[in-house]
Ligand binder design. Structure first.
Ligand SMILES: Nc1ncnc2c1ncn2[C@@H]1O[C@H](COP(=O)(O)OP(=O)(O)OP(=O)(O)O)[C@@H](O)[C@H]1O
Ligand SMILES: [Mg+2]
Length: 288
């Protein structure tokens, strides 16, 4: 049965969608049957996979509202034979309001995914930058969360809010764990990046993926061509980074016990450093 992973962090622009698209693509390349669920009304995961708004009639919104069976909304074989996509349109933003009085509002995505999870090895959900009803649906549906953490100033701020939300969701979804923390936009030449990485490892320990995703302009360019990085530029450090994360994830999923949240509710002090990150490519980094 497919493992359902929500890619969540209510902070905007930390690399959720970049991770969702490129990890999904890398898993598909590794012949894992993968479903990518675009649960953000911005629809960046949908367009990042090369699916344009006029190419689909139904998606996450219609599925959440119960208007369309999920099987009818999933697009099969997107870019790779092993990658399926549940696309989304901006209509999804309305679901937050339209479902507000619905008794099953928090479990709709879980119930929809139930019908298809047998078909996949991994299901990744790209969450919006908020802790609203859509993210709640993703956390209720998920077995575990992947938290992308941008190696920038204030990276760890607000994480206690996410951890508290995960704790609260365990009332409905007791097994919800933290699969991993992924350091994104890392630049080993910048002190601040190294500081954030050290803080994250001090706090989350082994749950931080060994691979860090470097800041890489090719990763930022790829979505405008509607291509995952492994299609756009396989040799780039960004592609190699996400392929390495996929390998780590596959190993973790094959291990008998999965990582669980240690129950911390406090985040450590964020770094006092003030260095601004650069926008240049770096070589791929392993554990800093
Ligand atoms: N490793 C990276 N190197 C360079 N640019 C990156 C990297 N990861 C992400 N970006 C760029 O940073 C921006 C934010 O990334 P992304 O859209 O993945 O974040 P997000 O968390 O999904 O944002 P939102 O909260 O708005 O959904 C994008 O322009 C993306 O192309
Ligand atoms: Mg996003």
């Amino acid at each position: 049965m497919g493992r359902i992973l929500a890619i969540a962090n209510q902070k905007g622009g930390v690399g959720k969608t970049t991770t969702a698209v490129n990890l999904a693509a890398s898993l598909a390349v590794a012949e894992q049957r993968t479903l990518l669920v675009d649960a953000d009304p911005q629809g960046n995961a949908t367009s990042g996979c090369g699916v344009a708004r006029d190419e689909f009639q139904v998606g996450t919104y219609e599925v959440l509202l119960g208007n369309t069976p999920i099987q009818d909304a999933i697009r099969k074989g997107v870019q790779f034979s092993h990658l399926d996509l549940l696309p989304t349109s901006p209509d999804l933003a309305g679901a937050e309001v339209e479902l507000v009085d619905d008794d099953e509002r928090a479990t709709r995505l879980r119930d929809a995914l139930h019908a298809v999870r047998d078909r996949y090895d991994v299901i990744l959900i790209d969450c919006p930058p908020s802790l609203g009803l859509i993210t709640l649906n993703a956390l209720v549906a998920a077995d575990a969360v992947i938290i992308p953490l941008q190696c920038e100033y204030f990276a760890l701020e607000g994480l206690s809010q996410l951890m508290e939300t995960i704790e609260r969701v365990r009332v409905i979804n007791p097994a919800l764990g933290v699969e991993g923390v992924l350091l994104t936009m890392y630049d080993g030449r910048v002190n601040l990046s190294r500081q954030v990485a050290a803080d994250a490892r001090a706090y989350f320990g082994e749950r931080v993926f060994t691979t860090v995703i470097p800041r890489n302009i090719r990763l930022a360019e790829a979505p405008s061509f509607g291509k995952p990085i492994v299609v756009y530029d396989l040799a780039s450090v960004g592609a190699q980074g996400y392929m390495a994360v996929a390998r780590e994830l596959i190993e973790r999923l094959a291990a008998p016990a999965t990582t669980q949240d240690s129950g911390h509710s406090q985040t450590p002090d964020t770094t006092k450093a003030t260095t601004k990150d650069t926008n240049q490519d770096t070589t791929p980094d392993r554990t800093p």
